[in-house]
Write a protein that binds this ligand. Structure first.
Ligand code: SR1
Ligand code: MG
Length: 406
């Protein structure tokens, strides 16, 4: 039967797996085992032996940060399934699933001992020049490879059936990211009463409400590819030279712009939280690099598929280049439009919803924090309302800069 493991339980469990024990080396008593749980949902442990280290993640029957919020255990199953689906396509950008236990709901992956969580690095003012390109590569390769552009019908449909069962976490996204902030809900909270008028303005805006309805529908009814589903800067670990995307338990089929939007939304949260103007130009570069790399890589994979012998059976490319390019640019524009929308929803929910981000919560001075959160919310509102349509990344970055200096 399922039991929540403590440190000694982790040691015993790891020792019972010959391949994992060999990876750690030495004797179990000599392994260093520590708890490093940090996210909202699960228990996480690191174990190191003389030969190497592993990370063990176990689901709890409730939300880790709120034991009264009960939850089924199956999330680690979906994280393992996600890793198994994407690892062959991004072995240099994520971790391999070394072991999954379906009774204890335990997932084991290699430890990333040299890596830092991107959110922590950004909060410390450490900017790694290549990380945005790495994440752009990851989103392009993981989504292309799991879409109908790359995979046979049966593979995609079977995966869609599998991940459609990741209902608990998908429901959390629908509720926490795409619904709660736009009406009164006890899960919402914000740090300063001065934000209340902006929350009211968001909720009173017909354009915002209509856009949110359409994004929610898009999230649930546009299964373009298998998404990570929670690609914030806490799901990215990097050394600068090497970047790994972790924590894919929210994996679901959906619009590709959702992963892209969450990533840039979290860069933008850090952008508004940091007072450093020089650092802010780095954020703009990171967003530009992320989008340019994603688009270039996705289009190149698509192009290669068109010329390959084994191209997807459901993708009968015409040889007419201009028609192909027209269709591709429509597809990219759709992803871009989704990215802008989901980026805004991520910013809003991280300031007024259930789960906030440390980028803001560590700011000690309440009025500074409130002014910056206000600026971030107003940017997100503009992004949703699009009084002036956002047709390109340049438009998006211009809107961002206007809101920063407003
Ligand atoms: C109850 S879960 C709250 C949030 O934590 C996860 O990391 C997801 O972002 C989720 O929305
Ligand atoms: Mg997570």
């Amino acid at each position: 039967p399922y039991t929540t493991l403590d440190l000694e339980g982790v040691r015993t469990f790891l020792a019972s797996l010959p391949a994992i024990a060999a990876r750690l080396g030495g004797t179990p008593e000599a392994w260093q085992v520590r708890e490093v749980s940090d996210g909202n949902l699960n228990m996480v442990f690191l174990a190191h032996g003389p030969h190497g280290g592993v990370c063990l993640k176990q689901a709890l029957p409730h939300v880790r940060v709120d034991p009264s919020w009960k939850m089924p255990l199956d999330r680690t199953f979906f994280e393992a399934a996600y890793l198994r689906a994407i690892f062959p396509h991004v072995p240099d950008l994520t971790t391999e699933c070394l072991h999954f236990d379906p009774h204890q709901f335990i997932l084991i992956v290699p430890a990333l001992s040299e890596h830092t969580v991107l959110r922590t690095a950004l909060m410390a003012g450490t900017f790694y020049p290549s990380v945005a390109a790495h994440v752009g590569e990851f989103v392009a390769r993981s989504t292309f490879a799991t879409s109908l552009l790359a995979e046979p019908f049966e593979t995609v449909m079977n995966r869609r059936i599998c991940f459609a069962r990741n209902q608990t976490l998908t429901r959390i996204t629908v509720d926490l990211v795409l619904t709660d902030p736009y009406h009164d809900h006890p899960r919402n909270h914000w740090a300063d009463p001065h934000l209340t008028s902006i929350v009211a303005a968001l909720r009173a805006s017909a354009a915002v409400q209509a856009r949110i309805d359409s994004l929610r529908l898009r999230f649930l009814s546009t299964p373009q590819a298998l998404l990570h589903g929670d690609l914030h800067t806490g799901s990215v670990m990097t050394t600068g030279a090497d970047t790994r995307i972790i924590d894919g338990e929210f994996a679901t089929f959906g619009p590709i712009g959702f992963d892209a939007g969450l990533f840039i939304g979290n860069l933008i949260l850090n952008f508004f939280a940091t007072p450093d103007r020089a650092a802010q130009s780095v954020h703009l570069d990171m967003i530009q690099t992320f989008w340019t790399t994603f688009k270039k890589q996705f289009l190149s994979l698509w192009q290669n598929r068109e010329t390959a012998q084994d191209r997807s059976e459901l993708y009968y490319a015409t040889t007419d280049k201009s028609t192909q390019n027209f269709e591709k640019s429509l597809f990219m524009n759709e992803i871009f439009h989704d990215m802008c929308g989901f980026c805004a929803t991520e910013i809003i929910r991280r300031i007024i919803g259930y789960a906030h981000v440390a980028d803001f919560t560590i700011l000690a001075d309440p009025s500074t924090r409130m002014e910056r959160q206000k600026a971030a919310l107003l940017f997100a509102k503009d992004c949703l309302e699009q009084k002036k349509p956002l047709k390109s990344l340049a438009d998006f970055l211009e809107l961002l800069q206007q809101n920063m200096s407003a």
